[in-house]
Design a protein around this ligand. Structure first.
Ligand code: URA
Length: 240
């Protein structure tokens, strides 16, 4: 990879900023001052330093966020605040994007990464990765609803949802449930409840496969995945 690309990918600055650093003799490769921004470097083997600080190349970033309501799951939006607006400057150069979509008012587990292969593994309905949600529902959720979800409810546009596993935590005027589904169509959980004549009043994603929301993360907070969480993600990629 070109030296200027590597350094700008690592957030050192724009290619122009990097040129300036080189001009000021602030970049060394294997101990030698380098002036040529197009120099080819091997990120694994070469020792690259900027102002004496070693630069460790990292291609991918994997962030777990507890999504705050009021933010759309997109990288840009002309009117709304996005989940990217919740990220600090130091991770933006990786150009992370949200994996799958949570509605503006939905909270909970959102993975942000720049690893397109992993994103595909997690969201593709063919891969059967279960997504579990906690929700409050206006109205009594019944055992008939559990059976309807098991069989696959028909949404208002005629689409028959794949089977969902519905668990009633508390049934009442306002019911509390958990539901696990393997697809992520637009407003899927809300539309599945509409199909049985009920309204979701609060929705939070708890998990995607083995990735569980870290409940120490406050709304809008995020952290990098732990080694165990990362190992799980890599195991999904191995099935590519
Ligand atoms: N289903 C929904 O209806 N909304 C979400 O945000 C996620 C799943």
């Amino acid at each position: 990879m070109r030296l200027d690309k590597l350094l700008s990918n690592m957030g050192i600055g724009s290619r122009k900023d990097v040129k300036m650093l080189l001009k000021k003799k602030q970049v060394t490769v294997n101990g030698t001052v380098v002036k040529d921004s197009s120099m080819k470097v091997d990120s694994d083997a070469d020792d690259i330093k900027v102002k004496g600080e070693i630069i460790t190349y990292q291609q991918y970033i994997y962030l777990m966020m507890n999504k705050a309501p009021g933010h759309v799951s997109a990288t840009t939006d002309t009117r709304e605040k996005t989940v990217i607006d919740l990220l600090r400057e130091d991770v933006l150069h990786f150009k992370p994007f949200p994996v799958g979509r949570l509605d503006k008012d939905t909270e909970g587990l959102l993975l942000l990464t720049n690893d397109g292969d992993l994103a595909h593994q997690l969201v593709s309905p063919k891969k059967n990765v279960g997504k579990t949600y906690y929700a409050t529902i206006a109205g009594f959720v019944t055992d008939e609803d559990v059976t309807a979800f098991q069989e696959g409810v028909v949404l208002e546009d005629g689409y028959k949802a794949k089977p969902g596993e519905l668990r009633i935590l508390q049934s009442g005027d306002i019911s509390e449930i958990e539901v696990t589904i393997t697809e992520g169509k637009f407003h899927q959980v809300k539309r599945m409840f509409e199909a049985v004549g009920k309204k979701v009043t609060y929705l939070k994603r708890l998990s995607m496969g083995d990735l569980k929301l870290d409940d120490t993360l406050k709304l809008g907070e995020y952290r990098e995945l732990t080694d165990n969480e990362l190992a799980y993600c890599m195991s999904l990629k191995d099935t590519l």
